[in-house]
Design a protein around this ligand. Sequence first.
Ligand SMILES: [Zn+2]
Length: 472
Amino acid sequence: MNDSNRMLARLRALVIQRGRCSALVLAAMLCGLCDVGVAQQAAPSTSSAGGSVTLFQNVRVFDGKNATLSGPSHVLVRGNKIETVSAQPLPLDRRADTRLIEGGGRTLMPGLIDAHWHAMLIRPTPAQAFGDVGYNNLQAGDEATDTLMRGFTTVRDVGGPVFGLKSAIDEGIVKGPRIYPSGAMITVTSGHGDFRQLTDLPRTIGGMLTRMEQIGGAIVADSPDEVRVRVREQLMQGASQVKLTAGGGVSSPFSPIDVTTFTVPELRAAVEAAGNWGTYVVAHAFTPDAIRGAIDAGVKCIEHGFLMDDATAQLIAEKGIWLSMQPLPEDLRLGFPVGSVQRAKADEVWPGLARSYELAKKYKIKTAWGTDVLFSRALAQQQGAILASLARWYTPAEALVMATSTNAELLTLSGKRNPYPGKLGGVEYGAGALADLLLVDGDPIADIKLIEDPARNFVVIVKDGKVFKNTL
Ligand SMILES: [Zn+2]
């Protein structure tokens, strides 16, 4: 570290303590104290090494990996990191402003991670989603707070104009989870994510963008060159990974489930552009053809995969590809009106759900968990219950491991585009372990239904070392 860097670090620590990060860093930038690169990255981490201290006494730890709870333990959080996990009582740090939480034998576990979330598309109706950006962001901010209060301290957002919301959360303007943003879903003409009507055709290449594209919800690209432009635009805005839709989807009007949308060269262009930035492409795909094309092109994570066959599951496992699945609730299918195109497609996809989970287990595929809730606040309130519904295929411990350390491992694929460097998904220390923690009134490994009622059962919620809820 040279002198000006050291000075800058001290300045940043100071402004972060005072909670006025962006304004003072901007002032510093104008004075020539910091370069533009630093200013761009000033938002994420919100605590300094010497920040506030929280001591959990007498808790039993679910560490995100092991199927058994620890014996009575004591966990010290300093700043935004877990500093110590100890079987011995820890002394109170009299110098620091220590918050003491007497756990009373309750369970301390990592914050939950949802690997397939659309923070901007929960509260609005489909029509509103393309409407007023200010209104949608305010709604999304309120939903983000609810998300955090459900114990979800991190989400991987796989499509939607989420960059502003993420910044507002990171700057402390709004309470919400850490967001790993993809930005606009990239699709082909008529693909999943192309919400245009037939009256919008034909598109003039290079012509006016649609409303959906202008606000960054989803964007059409029909050649490798167009794909590269759109991928790079998402990366420029801070995408930690890029989302393409490689096959048909349920909710979009003109993408039959059976079709493969992008060509392999188009997908490859996306993988190369993302790879140049040290990150990866995630592809929405249901069918064996769509999945295989994506894998051929170098995609590292398949979303859904519900219509995969045995051989495709085997391929996913052999290649070490991630499969991000969602135990989609029946209510989501029933939410599509009878007789609609969407309902017919949902009826096609849902039966594959159970079989794909069986295949994922059979071939020990690296499986992530998410919800994919869209356009329903009521379903979002079931986020914990959707996780608990994994009990159809997994033990409670396996389900909780998936939603903590396994999902956290998936997030590391973002490499240097990871907006929150450090370790997520565990209760450990010594490896830059970020302090995202839940204190559960009971043992969720013995009774996973506890996570269905976070308002009652999550008595303490900590994100980035800050206590957002404490009812003790
Ligand atoms: Zn989705």
